[in-house]
Design a protein around this ligand. Sequence first.
Ligand code: ADP
Ligand code: MG
Length: 782
Amino acid sequence: MLELQHIKKYFTVGDTTTKALDDVSVAFRSQEFVSILGPSGSGKTTMLNIIGGLDKYDSGDLIIDGKSTKTFADDDWDAYRNNTVGFIFQNYNIINHLSILDNVSLGMTLSGVSTSEKKQRAQEALERVGLKEHISKKPSQLSGGQLQRVAIARALANDPQILLADEPTGALDTQTSNEIMQLIKDLSKERLVVMVTHNPDLAHQYSDRIIEFSDGKIQNDSRPYQERDDETHFQLVRTKMSFWTALKLSFTNIKTKKGRTFLTILASSIGIISIGIVLALSNGFQKQIDATQAETLSQFPITISQVTADQKQMQKTDSTATNSQQNFAHNTKLTAKANQLTAAQHLNKITPKYLKYVQKIKKSDSKNIAYTYTTGLNLIRKVDSQYRPVSFATTTSSSSESSSAQSMFTSNLGVGGSVYPVDRNNQQSFLKKNYHVLAGSYPKNNHEVVFITDKQNNLNLDALKNLGFNFKDQQKITPKQLLNTNIKVVANNNYYQQLPTGNFVPSKNYNQMGSAASTINLKIVGILRTKSKNSDGLLSSGVAYSDRLTKEVIQENKNSKIALTQKQSTNNVITGSPLKGMEGALTLTALGATKMPNSIQIYPNNFKEKNKITDYLDKYNKHKSKANKIIYVDLAGNITSITGGLMDAITYVLVGFAAISLVTSMIMIAIITYTSVIERTKEIGVLRALGARKKDITRVFDAETTILGVGSGILGVIIAWLLTIPANVILANLTGLSHVAKLNPLHAIILIIVSTILTVLGGHIPARIASKKDAATALRSE
Ligand code: ADP
Ligand code: MG
């Protein structure tokens, strides 16, 4: 059945080598009760471990059923231990956190016996060892003798051919020892039993054969046996522990230390909590930022106006001004110096080529580009059944001493009111997005106009007066007084008449103007107020009309007599005075003689795209002379860098903190797992003795960390979610924003998965260490 041939096993610790087994040769019968006697340290346990495949011999051979084990792989040894051998130890090695039934079933679980059969066989084994009445007890409720009976039942459960017992009565009193010996003797009727004992009386009383051992050598054998070629051949069934078994094993183990497990899970969930909060907040903040960005950008588009201020030039003159302010000049030399504002004023030559360049801006960068066409509107209105000239201007005409060249000309030529852009798809989008209706409705076509109020519903009194209304300051106005007011736009050819001198003057024949075919009828259909909390919006208080109307008027007036004459002249054809600087271009614009837009508004989709657009616009100016450069105004520019940078910084810091706590919890889990490995060393030994593979041991601890990981993930997500409630209350009080923190369910699931993976990773190294533990050493521990 079993034969040891010249087995040697040496242990070397430091400089000393112990010859635990020194050339041992012995053979055993298939059925006999062998006792091994010998002093402590003589190598008895070592021999038993080698017979049982728990330890490996250095040289020689172990023959099982006539088969050499020299070529046995780990798997073969595992299967051999599980199917062929049963172990009984002096200290029972019962796993305390498992029930008696589970302890007995463990070996069968490893070899894949079905649940019902396992239970039946375990019960039979427990009955056989006389524990029928104690099956439902916990291991901690049993006496030493009873525990040893459980151990014997466990060894028997897989019906092994070989039963190995290492001082099974070493810890028992005489009475119980005799009972256990009797039990073992009964079992030896069906199998080979090899028992190590220090008690010669028991050995002589119960066993068939006594082998005396000392210094790693057999000194005496009472009934030697010569192994013949054996007729019985054993079949090894591979062992395997399912992940569920590992989970169950770890779960019952964790249950015995609930407090510590809870603290571990709580501590390692901190990383998940912080990441959860960061995600929840950044979720809300991002939404808030997107909304703010969109609002900011819709209020401050990149604007290219015909007349603009060169910011760089302004800054330059500003800085030289402040420098020179510090000191008076040291000499008396006098210098002529241009007005700073005039010097900084720049005329953008918006050409068809430039328009094409702007149109090439990608849709992904800007969905909306508005072209504002400015022109003078020759307006008349019937006031008290008499036509009289009116205007959309928002300032009193007498105060035209304004220094700006543009306002001087525009007020003379009837430019005024606000022009809102009409987008290609939806006429109303700009107004609907930025303004809401106080009275009346949004305009439905180009001939319907609206009156814009300020945020306090105030109507610009100058604008009202210029329209011919006679309201007083602070007077209450009903919408009816304004709505449905009709205003007529008169074509240049009907409005101006040429004097014999060649100059033009407005005609006075208003009735004729009012009935002319080319005259356009405008109607005020709505009173609108900005939606923005932060400003009065883009349009100033007064009449606002669509750029389509402007285009229509330009179309009508571009070939008018006054426009054509002005094109040829170097003087203003109305005042007769010579045109200086940019006045020429502006006058032509006002008279509708130019088809180019007066200003272009580019609405970037968000801040990131805004930079792409400004870069693109800057590219146009490369290698262009100063006069031909197109200068844009980017009012949202300053906000970009602040909010963008700040948010990035905050996110980095938060992610950093979260990462640190995640790493901390990983290390903690590794430590906890390592502690658990040390605590469960005995269990590892038992599992190995029962045939568990190294992989299975790793699996047990991986299962434990999986439980911890899932637990801390779920706990972390729950706590993070609970924390969003007070966080939202605090944020609502501080900022007035509601529901900022919101944990996305998808994020929650990802966090639980991440927690599990990281925890398993953290615990995997200790788990591997556990699996590498030498089974024999593990069992010797305690
Ligand atoms: P017994 O069971 O007869 O008391 P053992 O087989 O346990 O003796 O040990 C035999 C000898 O081998 C002892 O001297 C012991 O110290 C030594 N020994 C056993 N296992 C190891 C080990 N893992 N490392 C070093 N020495 C060992
Ligand atoms: Mg021993």
